[in-house]
Design a protein around this ligand. Sequence first.
Ligand code: ARG
Length: 458
Amino acid sequence: MSTLWHGRFEGGPAEELMAFTVSLPFDSRLAADDLTGSRAHVRGLARAGILTEDECASVLSALDAVEVELRDETFVFVPSDEDIHTAVERRVTEIAGHAGAKLHTGRSRNDQVATDLRLFTKRELGVVIDKVISMQKVLLLRAQEVGEAAVPGYTHMQRAQPVLLAHHLLAHGWALSRDIDRLVDARRRLDVSPLGAGALAGSSLPLDPAATAADLGFAGVFENSLDAVSDRDFVAESLFDLALLGVHLSRLAEEIILWSTDEFGFLGLADAYSTGSSMLPQKKNPDIAELTRGKTGRLIGNLTGLLATLKALPLAYNRDLQEDKEPLFDSLDTVVLALGAMTGLLASSTFRLDAMAEAANAPTAAATDLAEWLVANGTPFRDAHAIVGALVRRSLDEGIALRDLVSASPELGPDAVFLVDPGVAVTRRTTPGGGGPQPVAAQLAAFSAQVDRDSARA
Ligand code: ARG
């Protein structure tokens, strides 16, 4: 077996070494970016006069041929192809001969693999951002469509104060908007080319890393070759952003699971986005939401795993860094699939507005409004809280309707009874950013503008 380093070594590699160290099974996913990086490198070599125009053309056309073979799946991998970079270079050399053997001049797999992975991540984060925007659009649409429907707002999973359903939906939307902000930011920071750093120290050849960076569409170029080949901050950041995005999806998923129970009855799941039971004929299960919740564990694991790999790693390249790819690929795939499924689930679910209204209109939902009504009439809040609290306790203990107790109360009286009427409490939330119709109308406009801004940044 002929390796890239066969000159220095007397024999071929052990079977166990190859079995343990190959990355081809997963890094073949970087093929397109490897070709892109190699094309820019070859053009750089030509500009530096290291390759003649003819040699450059012949290597570029060999790279084109490799692209076709990979696309048509006619590319024949050989046992010595330990990674996609080795495989491409081997094949280019077979096709372009002497000129092909010049492809790797002034380059190491260390700067090559870092370049490929940055190109890949830059593009794939864009795919995630687009998917998040699609989900935001569904949240916005559904929030617009449910108008002034109310739902109980919860703290401690106990009914607290009613809010508009739109307010609840948009709460998830704003979290997603911060995810987009983080992903855009991560993409901006990773937009630096490591190509030209060589194995670790640069080159004696007259290469121009800034020119290859520009050729590749990177916004900047490395300042330090040691850092360039060993920096995987962009992978760690991406994994964090994806994990937090997953955490946000899992919180929404958890509510979908709860809301679709018979106990809540707030949400009906569409047949196409739910599953049945192999044994229980009546079941309709929220598997998409459950897997979104469950797979978030992997997203967190991928992040902590990579951080553990990077911890205490000395400069510069170490083979440990090959462990960056699988968690990244897995987190990207997981999040993209979860976003697609959750967006469909959200778009197709039926809100049971009557059940929500009934829960939101329970008389005790107005307790805070009764206390605030007293405050508006001069009662200190602590006293108001105690007065209303005592009424609620009596109502529950003695089974007397709260409205009757409010009406008979010396502090509250008949003027305050309207607060207990169905649908009134939610309208009392008028402060900016609050859950009543007035602020939510403003919020819908603000969120819509935010989605437009996010789309423009994507
Ligand atoms: N496949 C490796 C990786 O993904 C690149 C190999 C670099 N190997 C080396 N011995 N310098 O990191």
